[in-house]
Design a protein around this ligand. Structure first.
Ligand code: ADP
Length: 506
């Protein structure tokens, strides 16, 4: 059984993180200046493992959003960023990557303290992922171009010709609203292509995890992004987030978060019909066939759901296993779950950190208890504890019915439901039987089965013999209620561009 949570370490080691936490007031970045909220109000930032307040950030709201949008608009209209050569924009994006890399130990500790995640998750996966985004889109800045297009127009004046071409132009002022599970990398997935395209941005980070967004703002200014081009407004979703989504001078909202909040943003964006990109929830299947290499598939399936304490939109939360190996796989995943070390994310031994806040932990526990009450078997885990009630032991659930909430809804915690596959013909139907369509993994050595399922599963990403493989070059996003559009990959810059057609008679 997982040991009772004991907090042995809760202080950062790096002087950078210590200085950031103790040394200066956390302010919002608006028009290149660091400002308090117009209201003067602040929000507590808490260490989710202990519940202790580790700092405060401004509670930005409509008045602050108005100031930030004005600054972003002015910067855009003056052309201080979009009129730089693509090479210059690329160099500055590359510089941001270098500055993040130079401060990676500090940023990892701050991210862990604010979010709760085990240190290795930030230090070795997510922050390198953020760096990768800035490097990749540094290169993309100089690869944005339109096309010359031959037309079939035949009514030009005699002796004249048609010359038509398209130009890609930055969309304008973008609001990015980001979640608390993987703050820096998900912010970078919006900021890097947006700046590569030449837009201005207002970032509204999640209220639970705003500290690293402020630190990132410092680094972005240090790299040489002109004032007003990149702004950070901290605050609550229904206040600052809502004001940004409604704002008539914002051209686009790029959102990552829950499907429920995505719907609200879509409604708020309707006023000026601003464009909206949505990266939403998931309930992704991991599908293990009998011929899979079990020494890879079993730890892979466990990692797919327990990485970052299960707070991952593409987590493999529905585990389908071919019947003849079902008991072996479930026992294997449960053994890994039972052996995982719970603790403060700053403790290097920790594999499972706290959930971001008590409310989310209670919600997860509610799903587990609801599943148990509906007749599911809790194979392991299912407990809530720790000094702030934010720890959930890694949980494996079996004997479920496909209609149960625990099978259908996104839990966003370390909880996996395991179900046997009676016939391989059922795999696409089972995999597709939720409102979501974000990701899936198939574990098999049979290439033809892998290819068939990769085609039949309605999801934005299908991994084969792996899960959670990310790269700035690989598009990520959802089918169905998992969202619209894709982050990462070459086409992500298009999210921040308009196409203008120029048609000439010459
Ligand atoms: P969760 O519900 O899991 O806490 P959300 O999807 O609500 O996550 O949060 C993602 C981001 O959306 C956060 O930055 C949050 O502040 C923001 N947000 C929440 N509610 C709204 C809203 N009504 N309008 C705009 N943004 C919001």
């Amino acid at each position: 059984m997982n040991a009772v949570v004991e907090i042995k370490i809760d202080q950062p080691k790096t002087s950078g993180a210590q200085a950031f936490l103790r040394g200066r007031d956390k302010k919002m970045l608006i028009g290149g200046e660091w400002r308090d909220a117009v209201s003067g109000q602040r929000i507590d930032s808490r260490d989710p493992a202990t519940g202790k307040v580790i700092g405060t950030v401004p509670r930005g709201a409509k008045a602050d959003v108005d100031l930030a949008v004005k600054a972003a608009r002015e910067a855009f209209d003056k052309g201080v960023w979009r009129d730089k050569t693509p090479d210059e924009r690329g160099r500055i994006l590359w510089k941001i990557a270098e500055l993040i890399e130079a401060n990676i130990e500090e940023l990892s500790e701050l991210e862990t303290l604010d979010q709760g995640k085990p240190l290795f998750v930030g230090r070795w996966a997510e922050i390198p992922g953020a760096i990768g985004q800035f490097r990749y889109f540094a290169g993309q800045a100089s690869k944005i171009h339109g096309e010359t297009i031959p037309t079939s127009i035949n009514y030009q004046p005699p002796g004249k010709k048609i010359f038509a071409y398209t130009v890609k132009e930055p969309i304008g002022v973008v609001g990015a609203i980001t979640p608390w599970n993987s703050p820096l990398v998900l912010e970078a997935m919006k900021i890097a292509p947006c700046l590569a395209a030449g837009c201005s941005m207002i970032l509204k980070p999640a209220e639970d995890t705003s500290l690293t967004a402020i630190r990132l703002g410092e680094l972005i200014m240090e790299a040489g992004v002109p004032p007003g081009v990149f702004n950070v407004v901290t605050g609550l979703g229904p206040e600052a987030g809502q004001a940004l989504s409604e704002h008539h001078d914002v051209d686009k909202i790029a959102f990552t978060g829950s499907t429920a909040t995505g719907r609200k943003i879509l409604q708020a964006a309707g006023g000026n019909l601003k464009k909206v990109a949505l990266e939403l929830g998931g309930k992704s299947p991991s599908i293990i066939l009998a011929d899979a290499e079990m020494d890879i598939a079993i730890p892979g399936a466990a990692n797919a759901v327990f990485f970052n304490t299960g707070q991952v939109c593409v987590a493999g939360t529905r585990l389908y296993v071919e019947k003849k190996v079902f008991d072996k796989v479930v026992a294997g995943v449960a053994d890994i779950a039972k052996g995982m070390k719970l603790g403060h994310g700053l403790d290097p031994a920790t594999q499972i950190g706290p959930i971001v806040n008590k409310m989310q932990a209670d919600k997860i526990k509610g799903y587990i208890d609801g599943g148990r009450a509906a007749g599911a078997e809790i194979v392991c885990g299912g407990a809530q504890g720790g000094p702030a009630g934010t720890f959930i032991t890694p949980t494996v659930v079996a004997k479920t019915d496909h209609k149960m909430k625990i099978v259908q809804e996104e839990i966003f915690g370390p909880v996996v439901v395991a179900m046997p596959i009676d016939s391989l013909d059922d795999v696409p139907r089972l995999a597709n039987d939720t409102h979501y369509g974000l990701a899936a993994s198939v574990w098999t050595q049979d290439l033809s089965k892998a290819t068939r399922y990769a085609s039949a599963i309605k999801a934005g990403t299908v991994w084969v013999n792996c899960h959670l493989m990310f790269d700035a070059s690989l598009p990520i996003g959802g089918y169905k209620e998992s969202g619209w559009s894709r982050d990462s990959g070459t086409q992500a810059v298009d999210n921040y561009l308009e196409t203008k057609t120029v048609c000439m008679v010459v």
